[in-house]
Design a protein around this ligand. Structure first.
Ligand code: IMP
Ligand code: MG
Length: 180
């Protein structure tokens, strides 16, 4: 799989070192507050597992599955919630975890829904943030790494459901991307 990468952006050790810092910030921010983590599947799974084990707080975890990509490398512009019930976050502080902030549509739609269900606060943590203009005016409160506007895979991020289990994050070689 690694031979399909044009170049590696972050190896496993670099990612884990950054997670130590992110976890420290999040722990300090939510100490003494009722925290619910809402992780967006599938992309944030590996990030979530490594990050949460570094946060020594009595937090709760919920997962949400949404779809917006449908297999290409560009967002389809529509966010589809794939479960009937949203997590019950009334009276709780919510931190949404996602793999990457790209167009912003996914996280904006989820943040809006959770705010409307009585959460005390809703903040956003992403592992990666693409430097680009977004379709929705949304910013992340905690960011692992800023990257350029390139298609990346690994450490949970996929291209057509492949590469999620790569331990590093890298830019996929252009010839591996099937034109839409
Ligand atoms: P959005 O465009 O910010 O709504 O991002 C939607 C989803 O697209 C993200 O949660 C990722 O799963 C996926 N995505 C966006 N950019 C990339 C990328 O560079 N590689 C892999 N998946 C991506
Ligand atoms: Mg994806």
């Amino acid at each position: 799989m690694q031979e399909d990468l044009d170049r590696i952006l972050f190896d496993e050790a670099t990612i884990l070192r950054r997670l130590d810092e992110l976890a420290r910030d999040i722990t300090a921010e939510y100490e003494g507050r009722d925290l619910t983590i809402v992780a967006i599947l599938n992309g944030s799974l590996i990030f979530m597992a490594d990050l949460l084990r570094r946060i020594p707080l009595p937090l709760q975890l919920d997962c949400l599955r949404v779809a917006s990509y449908h297999g290409g490398t560009k967002t389809s512009g529509e966010v589809i919630f794939q479960q009937a019930a949203l997590p019950d976050v009334a009276g709780r502080h919510v931190l949404i975890l996602d793999d990457i902030l790209d167009s912003g549509l996914t996280v904006a739609a989820i943040a809006e829904k959770l705010k409307s269900t009585g959460a005390l606060s809703v903040k956003i943590c992403v592992l990666l943030r693409k430097r680009k203009s977004r379709l929705r005016p949304i910013e992340a409160d905690h960011v692992g790494f800023n990257i350029g506007d390139e298609f990346v895979v690994g450490y949970g991020l996929d291209y057509q459901e492949r590469y999620r289990n790569l331990p590093c994050i890298g830019v996929l070689r252009k010839e591996k991307i099937v034109p839409a």
